[in-house]
Design a protein around this ligand. Structure first.
Ligand code: IPM
Ligand code: MN
Length: 374
């Protein structure tokens, strides 16, 4: 394998820079093993953007991400900016970045590592065989709908939930195609008993299903989906839903794996993809070398797989993560009570080392029922 790639690295705020540094360390290790050349240029976003350029998505960062082959993001958010006007908030930078890149399909895979089953508050028997992906629509719905704002001098506020059939169709296609590479089951989540946008969602997904006769489609309401995610999570393969429902359900799904720090996400559109851990900036943990870098490193694996089409390199990273967990490496969030665990850096260093060792593959530790990866 050979190739040259430009990756825009946006560490962001809080623990973002620490976990991103470990993802970069792992990418550099991948580069050595597979003879790939990565140009990894760093750019500010979020509160870091406000601090350096007065806005959460500075023009130089915009230009860099559009020019890159893929974008690796840490996290954004800083409670000190919570009372700033919305255009100066870190989260506004992230939403603008998603819109700029047009990344309408957000993939959030959730797999339970057997050695970590004790981290989850759920009974272990519920966790056996959990291997699901949430596909969240990312550039529409309530997050972006107009009109929005406050009215009557702050006595009222409005947001708009609007979807077009075209927006629903393009993200649904991603979910159907993904289901085809897995257990061929698609669960589409909506609130069609109450919302017109959800009825359009259900009708559009149903219409599309005719093109995917090999995929079993099921619809369910979002309230029931929330229950099902914790009562029978192993029954779910690909879960497709709109922006706001997906935001909420994906944090709930993180409970299954025991720590928000473990989960990565990929946001895909027509241009460069955006890859980030699903956790936030966790200001209380920042600068202390205690954050779990596995979500960020997993995001680097998704970047290799979906952003650059380098499946073998992506497998090496996923194997290294599994290998480190199998040999007992733990950051504080996933350690047994009373155990100190590794620091962010030490965990990253170990995973970067394991990337160099193909012999470190640990297929026996795959969760039972896990589908073979491509
Ligand atoms: C996420 C986050 C973001 C979202 C915030 C930080 C704007 O919670 O990626 O899930 O709501 O989409
Ligand atoms: Mn969220």
């Amino acid at each position: 394998m050979r190739g040259r790639y430009t990756i825009a690295v946006l560490p962001g705020d809080g623990i973002g820079p620490e976990v991103t540094a470990e993802a970069v360390r792992v990418l550099e290790s991948v580069g050595r093993r597979f003879e790939l050349e990565f140009t990894l240029d760093h750019h500010p976003v979020g509160a870091a953007g406000v601090a350096t350029a007065g806005e959460p998505l500075p023009p130089a960062t915009r230009a860099a991400v559009l020019d890159a082959d893929a974008v690796l993001l840490g996290a954004v958010g800083d409670p000190r900016l919570d009372h700033e006007p919305r255009h100066k908030r870190p989260e506004t930078g992230l939403l603008a970045l998603r819109a700029l890149l047009g990344v309408y399909a957000n993939l959030r895979p959730v797999m339970v590592h057997p050695a970590l089953a004790f981290c989850s508050p759920l009974k272990p028997d519920r966790l056996t065989g959990v291997d699901l992906v949430i596909v969240r629509e990312l550039t529409g719905g309530l997050y972006y709908g107009e009109p929005r704002g406050t009215e009557d001098g702050g006595a009222a506020a409005v947001n708009t939930l609007r979807y077009t059939a075209a927006e629903i169709e393009r993200v649904a296609r991603v979910a159907f195609e993904l289901a085809r590479t897995r257990r061929r089951r698609l669960l589409s989540v909506d609130k069609a008993n109450v919302l017109e946008t959800s009825q359009l969602w259900r009708d559009t997904v149903t219409r599309l299903a005719a093109e995917y006769p090999d995929v079993t489609l099921e619809h369910c309401y979002v309230d029931y989906a929330a229950m099902r995610l914790v009562s029978e999570p192993a029954s779910i393969d690909v879960l497709l839903t709109e922006n706001m429902f997906g935001d909420i359900l994906s944090d709930e799904a993180a409970v299954l794996v025991g720590s928000l720090g473990l989960l990565p996400s990929a946001s895909l559109g027509a241009g460069p993809g955006l890859f980030e851990p699903i956790h936030g900036s966790a200001p209380a943990l920042a600068g202390r070398n205690v954050a779990n870098p596995i979500g960020a490193i997993g995001a680097a694996a998704l970047l290799l797989r979906h952003g650059l089409g380098l499946a073998e390199a992506a497998d090496a990273v996923d194997d290294a993560i599994r290998g480190a967990l199998a040999e007992g490496c733990r950051t504080r969030d996933i350690a047994l009570p009373g155990v100190d665990g590794l620091g962010t850096r030490e965990m990253g260093e170990r995973i970067a080392e394991l990337v160099q060792r193909p012999a470190a593959r640990q297929p026996a530790t795959l969760s039972p029922g896990a589908s073979p990866r491509s």
